[in-house]
Design a protein around this ligand. Structure first.
Ligand code: ZN
Length: 402
């Protein structure tokens, strides 16, 4: 089946913009994209009038947790429900994410290996959801942050075994915890966790299977430990210092800011149900996090979008709020879109297939009513999502009913 959309604004995900474009999709792939006059529409193609619409690559969120449902107390929620219930919940959250225009996500920490079953169910068409790159359990030190969705490992040998178990179960990325965190009681975000040797061991074992490592790190020491160990992305990077920023830029390591996570927790009034320890840690760091993000933009640190969706009041399906937060902190709308398309695809090493509108790529596309370069918040308005296409098939929005 061939679909041709005419007179549509095309944002290619690489910074390019075309006001009067034509896009042709055949089967699962993009077969034509360019100015209206230059694109020949094949006979028999279904034609769609794209006037007033903008099309961009399907968005990518590099940091979500499908096992967390944005509950006020996520630790209690996970500990209070069976793993089967978590999996059912995760399927619903994946569906909402896809409907919001996020056609690919990286899940960087799930309570067990069921996330690989979810991925399988989505890939085989059993249930709708984004393409998933999943870590499975996060690797942390004994008593460390994220242990409620992690595997505790003490010493190099234990870390190697834990990483290998994730890989054997189907992990396509390994998540390590290099500092304390906000949501785990008794850990301080500023403290480094896991040793450089342990982090190095994780990178080595992952590399032997061709996999990359994502490191959770708020404090600068934890960030630098992870960077010395050779990880490929720093999640949060909340208290980044100059040295850490310089290392990230030189080593080409991505910052995945997750501004939405700290902001939603910090904005919660007392009595909202978020444990006080988490609320006060977030409140104390939110300004510094914004400063770190601005510094990263200024210094040319590679940035890929991540929301930490699933953390308290940080809802799956609201992922596009992260773009508005980045724009509010000084990033241009075009650059914010690139962090969630081409840059995110590079971090996920999926650039050959997704992340841009180019001939030959998978037709993972988001159609928006209006111009998100003028109003980035359009991306988070369900009534403005005209269509979501995944692998050449409309899966959400009014266009899917044509
Ligand atoms: Zn997270």
């Amino acid at each position: 089946m061939t679909i041709a959309i005419r007179q549509i604004r095309i944002l290619d995900g690489l910074g390019g913009r075309l006001e009067q474009g034509t896009l042709v999709i055949d089967g699962t792939r993009i077969v034509g994209a360019g100015p209206d006059r230059s694109i020949r529409i094949p006979k028999g193609a279904q034609r769609i009038d794209g006037r007033g619409l903008t099309v961009l690559p399907g968005l990518i969120d590099c940091h979500v947790h499908f096992c967390l449902g944005a509950e006020a107390d996520v630790v209690a929620a996970v500990e209070g429900e069976s793993s089967s219930v978590t999996l059912l919940k995760a399927a619903e959250l994946a569906r909402r994410t896809l409907q919001a225009g996020f056609t690919t996500v990286r899940d960087v920490g799930f309570r067990d290996h069921a996330v690989f079953a979810l991925k399988h169910a989505i890939t085989t068409g059993l249930t709708p959801g984004p393409r998933i790159v999943a870590a499975g359990l996060a690797i942390c030190m004994p008593g460390g942050h994220a242990r409620f969705i992690g595997r505790e490992a003490d010493g190099v040998a234990a870390v190697r075994a834990a990483v290998q178990d994730q890989l054997d179960a189907g992990a396509e990325v390994i998540k390590v915890i290099a500092s304390g965190g906000v949501l785990t009681p008794g850990t301080s975000p500023d403290d480094a966790q896991m040793t450089v040797e342990e982090l190095q061991a994780a990178v080595e074992v992952a590399a032997a299977s061709g996999r990359h490592v994502a490191a959770h790190a708020h404090g600068a020491t934890g960030m630098k430990n992870a960077l010395r160990a050779g990880v490929h992305s720093i999640e949060h990077a909340t208290l980044m210092d100059d040295e850490a920023a310089g290392m990230m830029r030189r080593q080409g390591v991505y910052m995945v800011p997750t501004l939405s996570a700290l902001a939603t927790t910090a904005a919660c009034p007392s009595g909202c149900g978020i444990p006080d320890s988490a609320r006060s840690k977030a409140k104390n760091m939110v300004k510094q996090h914004e400063k770190s993000f601005r510094a990263a933009v200024r210094r040319g640190v590679p940035i890929a979008l991540g929301t930490d969706a699933g953390t308290p009041f940080n809802y799956h399906g609201d992922n596009a709020q992260e773009l508005e937060r980045m724009v509010t902190l000084g990033m241009t709308p075009m650059d914010a879109i690139m962090t969630s398309t081409s840059a995110a695809a590079r971090l996920l090493r999926m650039s050959e297939e997704i992340g841009t509108i180019e001939v030959g790529k998978q037709a993972d596309l988001l159609f928006v009513d209006g111009n998100p370069l003028r109003r980035i918040d359009l991306l988070q308005r369900p009534e403005r999502i005209a269509g979501v296409m995944q692998g050449g098939r409309f899966v959400a929005g009014p266009l899917s009913r044509m």
